[in-house]
Design a protein around this ligand. Sequence first.
Ligand SMILES: Cc1cc2nc3c(=O)[nH]c(=O)nc-3n(C[C@H](O)[C@H](O)[C@H](O)COP(=O)(O)O)c2cc1C
Ligand code: SF4
Length: 364
Amino acid sequence: MKKAGSSIKLNQMTIKNRFLRSATMENMADADGHVTSELLKLYYDLALGGTGLIITGACAVEQAARVWDRQTAIWSDTYIEGMGKIARMIQVYGDGCKSAVQLHHGGMVGFGYSYGAKETEYSLKNATEGEIRAVIKAFGEAALRVKKAGFDAVAIHGAHGYLVSQFLSPVTNSRTDSWGGSLQNRMRFVKEICYVIRENVGDEMPLLWKLNSADFHEGGQEVGAYAEVAETLVAAGVDLIELSGGLKDQIKLRTKLMKEAGAREAYFRDAVHPFRQVVGKSLLAMTGGIRSLPVMEELLDDGLDLVGLCRPLICEPDLPDRLLKSPDKRSAKCTSCNKCLLRIAERPLKCVEFDTFETIVKTL
Ligand SMILES: Cc1cc2nc3c(=O)[nH]c(=O)nc-3n(C[C@H](O)[C@H](O)[C@H](O)COP(=O)(O)O)c2cc1C
Ligand code: SF4
């Protein structure tokens, strides 16, 4: 049995264990998107907690792509210095923990599940060739800034109905030119992003991609088509595919999937085999509903390389160390209540359910 504590190679770099902190919007930057000490404290806690690879929350590649008031920005060189502090925090306190920045474009945000996100003017249907090219260039330049800031890897938010995923899904991409229509055309945008990133950061910096395993939406794309996307991404230079799912109404969708999964926990578990077959030597991760060590190890046995966690690490940033190094092997404390997700509409990220101090303050 593969142990969650064993190391694994990702491109040229070694990840010390199989715990992946899946990107989690912090809503903790300042009004201009610069890194704050609040944000650094979050990464200090995570770095100390034993995770093997930490991916930051979605970071905006263009000013127009920024959809939360306190979303971190990376659309100009002025952000490199602040981001560098997150990279160093993880390097210094993470005991070998590796780091990546998730690059994000909100796209037509009204479509997605962006709680509290601002509306954008972006129209995928009406975007000109020049505008599409400018967004691709912005992803490439942002990736170079991630490298200059000292992170180990770059990650793309290619799931959940934001711009990158909007290009891929027939539900959201109704273009009739070479950027839409057939799956080949809908994949053009993601391929171009891979090429420009590789050109800018070279071959050795790991490139990670969060991808829907299926849209879970009427008229949406299923596992077979997304497996073809994964195969194309790997051929274009992606080193790790992180599977997720859903285009819209994530709270409703996750609640339903969680009920259906029951003790199997991982909502997208059935996607492991089809994707394992196409990713070749690249790594496969999966995020969604995973809460207990036996399930994590089952998934690793089934062919997953890394286990993605988001909400469990919001309330227990030291969960990996607890499961790997302490006698306490109980499942993650997180109840999947989604109160943290609703909270980031207006306030910084926090586990609301287990914040006993806030409860105490309310009673004063
Ligand atoms: C508060 C919150 C913020 C999130 N922010 C992001 C994000 O910035 N990028 C992303 O790819 N997914 C984001 N997600 C989705 C998670 O990464 C993850 O896919 C989802 O919560 C399911 O995993 P879990 O069951 O381990 O929480 C967010 C989820 C929550 C609850
Ligand atoms: S608020 Fe709920 S879903 Fe979010 S981390 Fe806490 S227990 Fe988990």
